[in-house]
Design a protein. Structure first.
Length: 333
């Protein structure tokens, strides 16, 4: 019954959720590297939890006339998983190539630059995702004069497309890399937001775009993390930097959109959505260019180095004859 206590508990729980989010992704990168299917499966399970969790509230109210048992059950499950993780996960070996002792490491400036660029990409993407999920219903009611009973399912179409896309991305990422999947995601999203702006009064187009944008958004987050892992080892600091920028976009862009829709009309929703998706496309291109032209060439191996710093790989059981003063090999034994 204490409102300040409720605020404090929500603040603490949100902080711990952020730690779980960032730590879980870093741990997955350490165990599985930049393997796309594992990362897609992790974020598919995020979507399953986000979908199934709220559905348990109804049965809880029906059988217990209160929602506390739902939170008790989820808290107990998280506790079991947490204890299991503390006991088992520290002994799990890393499969990263960059974690090997003889692996060349990119310089810190490159890691920080790429972490910031990927964080900005996540900020734009998550901002677009939360803006679409939060304001689609309001846009349908105020912008296209849909009834609330029908418009409420627009958000369902969006999140349904997101869930379906993440499920499909698990299998697709076995054969398609993160770069191509992310290029498909931003291309499809920007095409649909353009379609939404070209036909702003069409209800069928809005339904099509709601599900389609969710479908193309589905693989963007895990693909961005897999892409980051392909450029530099994602650790605690770099993940914190990326997720902090991501949280700023998640918090800021829906609020900015609501402010614009309130003072300038509901049509601002589709303008902001297009701008965010265009920003994702721009940042994706910048990341590819920086990765291609600014990535340091790590040609020095930690196993063996020549006088000039070139790698030397000796085949086994092959002797190198000594050089005589005249420059010819010495044939004497």
């Amino acid at each position: 019954t204490s409102f300040p206590l409720l605020l404090a508990v929500n603040f603490l729980s949100s902080t711990l959720w952020a730690v779980i989010d960032a730590g879980g992704n870093v741990l997955f990168c350490k165990i599985h590297g930049d393997h796309g299917p594992w990362m897609q499966a992790l974020h598919f399970m995020f979507g399953v939890g986000a979908t199934v969790g709220p559905l348990t509230v109804g049965p809880a109210l029906k059988f217990f006339d209160r929602i506390e048992p739902v939170f008790y059950t989820l808290a107990a499950w998280c506790g079991v998983v947490g204890v299991w993780g503390l006991l088992c996960l520290p002994n799990v070996p890393s499969t990263r190539k960059d974690d090997a002792e003889d692996a060349p490491k990119p310089p810190k400036w490159f890691c920080y630059l790429m972490a910031i660029l990927h964080g900005l990409l996540l900020a734009a993407y998550v901002g677009a995702e939360m803006t679409a999920g939060g304001w689609l219903t309001t846009y349908g009611v105020r912008g296209l004069e849909m009834t609330e009973q029908h418009a409420v399912y627009l958000a369902g179409a969006f999140w349904g497309g997101l869930m379906f896309g993440r499920c499909c991305a698990i299998g697709i990422s076995i054969f398609v890399g993160a770069k191509l999947l992310l290029a498909t995601a931003v291309s499809g999203s920007i095409a649909l937001t353009v379609l939404l702006n070209v036909f702003p009064t069409s209800v069928p187009v809005l339904w099509f775009c709601a599900g389609g944008i969710g479908l193309f958004f589905s693989s963007a987050f895990p693909c961005t993390l897999s892409l980051a892992e392909s450029y530099f080892p994602v650790g605690g600091f770099s993940a914190t930097l990326m997720f902090t920028l991501c949280a700023l976009g998640e918090m800021g862009w829906p609020g900015i959109t609501g402010f614009l829709m309130h003072y300038f009309g509901p049509q601002c929703f589709r303008f902001v959505e297009f701008g965010l998706v265009a920003g994702c496309t721009f940042l994706y291109i910048v990341i590819l260019l920086v990765g291609k032209f600014c990535r340091p060439e790590n040609t020095i191996s930690h196993k063996s180095k020549g006088v000039e710093g070139d790698d030397i790989e000796l085949a086994p059981n092959i002797a190198i004859p000594a050089q005589a003063e005249g420059g010819e090999p010495d044939s004497s034994e």
